[in-house]
Design a protein around this ligand. Structure first.
Ligand code: 6A9
Length: 781
């Protein structure tokens, strides 16, 4: 990585933090708020895990032995290969309660999480998890005993002590105890009404993320040496990890309670353990569950029109989005600017150590933060818990550097890094990602204007905007300067490979979020990207409202107003992006339709043998023109609601949406029209179509939101918009529900031909927007 020259103590610009007070230092995120969010299920990449929002936390987690085809497998980190029939938080309030169901080939586990802060608890309070195990005996070979493993580990490598003595375990439930600077003395207890056996192992190692391999190795050795499947009841000196194996005949339930502050108030600790286990735990969980149901009804089903299936899927979507919120700590790897324009990855440099509290798109596939995904997540989350939402957005904005740039994908810490192939790790400072957080901020501003929030909430929201304003301005400026195009008021996603790549059918635009959605065949600085132009309108519009309504003593609203006016100018938009022949909106750039992949003998790099590869052939020279790929991009002006409700162009847009040979399917709208030359085309040999046909929920939500808007606007197309709105809404909901029933999951995208879920799953990132679609909750403005 890049070294700084001696004597130069300035940081390279790209890793210099934005020079302004941190949002997370605001009073509203300190004190009680901070403490109330200290512990949580913030380890979305494991099936069940608890940690605190601190860099070197005490972490806890669950593993179990799954049985498939008569063989045992250790389950721990969420992975597709485990082939669970379903898993996910069916309910979770993001704060102190959650219930998860996991079905693993005849074994059903439940994890119910509860937090409580009472007199005597240490910082952050106490928590408990009730683990339930049920088994469905599928054959005689399947043993009755189930093995679950619960571990507690100290990332700070403080030693953990084993409970008083193993023989006393039945009377005294203490498994482990220790002491930390943050929470004081702590104890971990296990109680159950069922018969069980406990074995343990103590380990000393900094490599917590390899724990499943370690435990599996130890168990394997035990089986080979002694013929039994039991942890050895031994320990390294001063272990920082203790793993307990709980073996019992299913069905059984085990309550695990974690109490803090025990050094100060040891007497009360026992009371607290009692209250966090047994019937008391069960009844508290029950109460929290009812509260969750009530809150869901109030926010997403006020007129009680949702049927029971919608309710079940809706709750699981919200539950897993909230239950999947994670806390990460570490340093992003940034591609050093000098090399960022080149194709090969040059030197990388580390961003400052940072923490990120964020929702994640998919627990097994992408358990980390993605900038533009987060805006969609927050559309749901702010409606559930505005405070959590501001806490998350605050963390993201605090990741901004002095240039106003925020790295798109956040891979923080060893655990996160271990899941990402090397070529995807480095973040490029020239690349953006849609500023979807403005969707949420705009809702908050409009909600404020409409007195939607309580007095206390309003005060916090105001303080939040006051503090964020400088960062938001810098963010806006970053886009407005670095992503601008040649023509006034034009923008394009920079960082598409300038030197034309010969292996891709169409050079990708990862920064847009729409990856392989086809753009101009030959990237140049003549390009104009319609989606980015519309994102800029959203940003300018939102900055205008924020500066005018919420931030004292600033004059910048005028400039934002001007920009928003320019970008929403219908004639100008049409001049730059409208194709009269197609009656549709397009990108603009150096383009030819006549490209294809052909197998050719090429030498991929200097020392390799020539091999047969698919290589792009340009059959006809490109010219500067509109880029005629009909699809999601074409609908961005519609999404932005720029089109006047009386314009004939609106009718054209409605035709495009409702036409089965272009975008309409029974399951939602295709990303790319069937008529596009790139429809369902592979981009390289190894790169199947992604945003070239399948149905994506985030964009469908935005389109639906506009249909809803036009179905309320006076004009000749009002009724048509309403009809299409109702049908599209119904199609999206019923397809997601059908897939959930059939497969047990929400999916990353849906097949445009069969409606079946595709790609990553469970994917409760933006696919959870189906809840807002059920609730008919769209923009607050
Ligand atoms: C690659 C490979 C196991 C792709 O939801 C996150 C993003 C979106 O922001 C983006 O718009 N997804 C969408 O086009 C998933 C991206 C995953 C990239 C990481 C690593 C891991 O292989």
């Amino acid at each position: 990585s890049v070294q700084l020259s001696d004597g130069d103590d300035r940081l390279p610009r790209v890793i210099t933090p934005f020079p302004g007070p941190k949002i997370m230092d605001l009073e509203m995120f300190q004190g009680e708020q901070k403490e109330s969010l200290y512990w949580g299920t913030y380890r979305p990449h494991v099936y069940f895990g608890v940690r605190a929002r601190t860099p070197e936390s005490l972490v806890a987690g669950l593993m179990w032995l799954g049985i498939k085809d008569g063989r045992y497998f250790m389950r721990h980190i969420c992975q597709d290969a485990d082939d669970l029939q379903t898993y996910g938080w069916t309910k979770h309030n993001g704060r102190d309660y959650g219930h998860q169901v996991l079905i693993d080939h005849g074994l059903t586990l439940t994890t119910s999480f509860l937090k409580s802060k009472v007199n005597g608890s240490g910082y952050g309070g106490d928590w408990a998890v009730q683990v339930g195990v049920q088994s469905e005996k599928i054959s005689e070979d399947v043993p009755d005993a189930a093995h679950v493993f619960f571990y507690i580990a100290d990332e700070g490598q403080n030693a953990i002590s084993l409970g008083r003595s193993v023989s006393e375990l039945y009377e005294k439930s203490l498994l482990a105890y220790g002491s930390r600077a943050d929470v004081g003395g702590w104890e971990l207890h296990l109680k159950s009404m069922d018969n069980f056996e406990v074995h343990h192992v103590g380990l000393k190692t900094p490599h917590i993320h390899n724990l499943s391999d370690l435990v599996q190795g130890i168990l394997g050795l035990q089986v080979r040496n002694f013929g039994h499947l039991e942890l050895p009841d031994t320990s390294d000196d001063s272990p920082n990890i203790l793993v307990y194996q709980i073996t019992a005949r299913a069905p059984f339930k085990a309550d695990i309670a974690f109490v803090t502050g025990t050094d100060i108030d040891d007497d009360r600790a026992e009371e607290r353990v009692d209250s966090l286990t047994g019937t008391s735990l069960t009844s508290q969980l029950h109460k929290k569950e009812n509260e969750f149901d009530d809150k869901f009804r109030k926010i997403f089903n006020p007129s009680e029109k949702l049927d029971s299936e919608s309710l079940e899927v809706g709750k699981a979507a919200v539950g897993n989005l909230l239950g999947g919120i994670g806390y990460f700590y570490g340093q992003s790897k940034i591609l050093f600017p000098q090399s960022s324009e080149h194709q090969s990855d040059g030197d990388s440099i580390l961003y400052w150590p940072a923490e990120l509290y964020t929702a994640v798109p998919s627990r097994p596939f992408f358990p980390r933060g993605f900038l533009w995904d987060e805006g969609f997540h927050q559309l749901l989350i702010w409606r559930w818990d505005t405070h959590i939402s501001m806490d998350i957005i605050g963390h993201w904005l605090d990741l901004m550097n002095i240039d106003g740039w925020i790295p798109r994908e956040q891979i923080l810490g060893a655990e996160a890094l271990s899941k990402v192939p090397e070529e995807f790790v480095n973040q490029r400072p020239s690349n953006g990602n849609p500023p979807t957080l403005f969707l949420v901020l705009q809702d908050l501003v409009c909600g404020m204007a409409r007195n939607k929030f309580s007095v206390a909430e309003s005060m916090d929201i105001s303080a939040f905007f006051e503090r964020s304003f400088g960062r938001l301005e810098a963010w806006f400026q970053w886009f407005n300067t670095t992503q601008s195009g040649k023509h006034k008021s034009s923008y394009y996603w920079h960082g598409r490979k300038e030197s034309q790549t010969i292996f891709e059918l169409n050079p990708k635009t990862l920064s847009s979020g729409l990856d392989d959605y086809p753009r101009a065949s030959h990237p140049t600085d003549e390009e104009r990207h319609l989606d980015l132009r519309c994102w800029m309108l959203l940003a300018a519009d939102c900055m205008h409202s924020i500066s005018e309504q919420l931030v004292k003593e600033n004059q910048s609203w005028k400039a934002y107003k001007e920009t928003a006016k320019l970008l929403s100018d219908f004639d100008l938009l049409n001049e730059m992006h409208f194709d009269k022949d197609h009656g549709a909106y397009f990108d603009y750039g150096n383009h030819t339709e006549r490209v294809r992949l052909r197998r050719q003998l090429v030498q991929k790099s200097g020392n390799q043998q020539p091999s047969l590869e698919l290589v792009r052939e340009v059959v006809e020279e490109p010219v500067t023109r509109l880029v005629p790929h009909l699809g999601y991009i074409s609908l961005f002006p519609f999404i932005s609601k720029i089109i006047p409700s009386k314009s004939w162009i609106l009718e054209k847009q409605l035709n495009l949406i409702s036409n089965t040979s272009t975008l309409w399917t029974k399951f939602g709208l295709r990303s790319l029209s069937k008529t596009s030359s790139m429809y369902m085309k592979r981009n390289t040999e190894h790169d199947p179509p992604y945003w070239r046909g399948p149905i994506w929920m985030n964009i469908n939500y935005l389109i639906l939101s506009s249909l809803h808007h036009y179905s309320k606007e006076e004009g000749p197309y009002r009724e048509r918009a309403e009809t299409i709105y109702n049908e599209l809404r119904g199609n999206l909901i019923s397809n997601v529900i059908k897939n959930y029933k059939q497969t047990g999951y929400l999916w990353e995208q849906y097949d445009q031909k069969k409606g079946s879920g595709k790609g990553a799953h469970p994917f409760t990132g933006w696919t959870s927007l189906v809840v807002l679609i059920m609730a008919e909750s769209y923009s607050e403005c």
